[in-house]
Design a protein around this ligand. Structure first.
Ligand SMILES: *[C@@H]1O[C@H](CO)[C@@H](O)[C@H](O)[C@H]1NC(C)=O
Ligand SMILES: *[C@@H]1O[C@H](CO)[C@@H](O)[C@H](O)[C@H]1NC(C)=O
Ligand SMILES: *[C@@H]1O[C@H](CO)[C@@H](O)[C@H](O)[C@H]1NC(C)=O
Length: 412
């Protein structure tokens, strides 16, 4: 009797053999490999297109992660990528360290991974995040961490980006943690498309703006004050059981706070009503001194929330170099199950991020893979994820890039 794995190996062999003779099958079906394109930014000034290949389910073989294209046209300090997949467009923010300004650049993406620059605008300093907003996706809002600013653009013509408005803020008095200036870290559009929320790490605020969806003009509403010294960083929405919840990772307080979003009549505004808060390390635990919460991501099925923390180095992984017996120090990634009725979080797993300073990470659409950008280690790792159990698994591929990795995402 043939064992299951022998049958699988035989099938993989047949599939691999079939490629040269059968050009009807598409590339991903014909090979015994699954392949994915990803994009990763690094402070070397390079945006990398990466090709991840994995043995198809049931097939043997090694995974690989290779750079297939690069561009240096985003500017010197690329920090975030925003996509319009329908039109194969990518927008890259550049923090602009060492120069007076940041920048925003649009690119055409391509199936072969190449990135063609279309248009670039000078922005306020320290651009760290951008979102598309407005009817037809014609607006873009950018948060500027080091510039204490926010700015908006018309991207109606991606080959001719135009600045619309900008805001710069100051602190009346320094925050306790210590916070010497406002630091807008992100500008997130709510699920209705009518509001923008901006976690401000320096001011301990979530700034709130109403969108005019046709003119793209923003109106400042009353901000939500977060606890002094908490340092709000990144926020994600979760629509469940007729409620809209917002999950906030606070970098300085190392907490995840859950708010119910209460919309006022006639789109007049919104109020954030706190319903739950936990340490990034789970209920009853505290983050070590010096820890800095970074990214938070919902699984595609919305059942799990995954959160990364930086500058802990409390975990380790085996060296990627089999000849090197020294373990690689790693920061943690926390995997929470989301209680659907209350929005509360139960810590179910803590795993090594794959190295130090997991500033950003993302999941593929199927929820089977997690790509982690490790800023301090100049590395991207790919981790498996079990969709049925929500558990994060082994690191299956990795690549060392030429600078501090700031962002990584699957092209899907
Ligand atoms: C990615 O790698 C696979 C397997 O080698 C290959 O078939 C595919 O063409 C590559 N894709 C790109 C865009 O380079
Ligand atoms: C560029 O930086 C300067 C100095 O901070 C600032 O005054 C100017 O508004 C910035 N330009 C744009 C387009 O934001
Ligand atoms: C072995 O790995 C450690 C941890 O990554 C690294 O610091 C060290 O330089 C490596 N040694 C060699 C000989 O490559």
């Amino acid at each position: 009797m043939l064992s299951k794995s022998l049958i699988a190996t035989g099938l993989c062999f047949l599939l691999a053999e079939a490629i040269p003779h059968n050009d009807v099958l598409s590339r991903s079906q014909s090979s015994a490999m699954d392949s994915y394109l990803l994009y990763a930014t690094s402070y070397s000034g390079i945006v990398h297109t990466l090709n991840l290949t994995l043995p198809a389910p049931g097939c043997n073989g090694a995974a690989s992660l290779r750079a297939v294209a690069t561009t240096d046209q985003c500017g010197g300090k690329p920090s975030w990528l925003t996509f319009n997949h329908d039109n194969s467009l990518m927008y890259c923010t550049n923090q602009g360290f060492g120069t007076p300004n940041g920048s925003l650049t649009s690119f055409q993406t391509s199936k072969d991974g190449s990135l063609t620059p279309l248009s670039q605008v000078v922005t306020p300093y320290g651009a760290v995040h951008a979102s598309i907003y407005g009817d037809g996706g014609k607006g873009m809002v950018v948060a500027h961490y080091s510039g204490s600013a926010m700015s908006t653009y018309s991207i109606a013509n991606p080959a001719s980006l135009q600045q619309l408005e900008s805001w710069t803020w100051q602190l009346e008095k320094p925050g306790p943690n210590p916070q010497n200036a406002p630091h807008p870290h992100e500008a997130v559009v709510d699920p209705t498309g009518n509001f923008i929320l901006v976690p401000d790490l320096g001011a301990d605020l979530i700034r709130i703006f109403a969108i005019d969806r046709t003119t793209l003009k923003l109106t400042t509403l009353t901000p939500h004050a977060t606890p002094a010294g908490s340092g709000p960083r990144h926020l994600v929405f979760h629509v469940t059981e007729g409620k809209t919840l917002a999950y906030l990772a606070s970098e300085l307080g190392n907490t995840v706070t859950v708010f119910e979003v209460i919309y006022q009549a006639n789109n007049a505004g919104l109020v954030l009503n706190q319903v739950y808060v936990t340490s990034t390390h789970g209920e009853g635990n505290t983050a070590p001194k010096g820890a800095a919460a970074a990214e938070l991501v919902f699984s595609p099925d919305n059942k799990y929330l995954v959160v990364s923390s930086r500058l802990e180095g409390t975990l380790s992984i085996p060296n990627f170099d089999p000849k090197n017996e020294t373990a690689i120090p790693s920061d943690p990634i926390f995997n929470f199950e989301v209680q659907q009725e209350t929005g509360a979080l139960s810590l179910v797993q803590t795993v090594p991020a794959g190295g130090m300073v997991p500033r950003h990470f993302s999941m593929n659409k199927a929820g089977t893979l997690v790509a982690v950008g490790l800023q301090q280690d100049f590395r991207v790792v790919i981790m498996k994820r079990d969709v049925a159990t929500g558990r994060l698994g082994d690191i299956v591929a990795q690549i060392k890039l030429d600078g501090e990795v700031t962002f990584v995402i699957f092209d899907e």
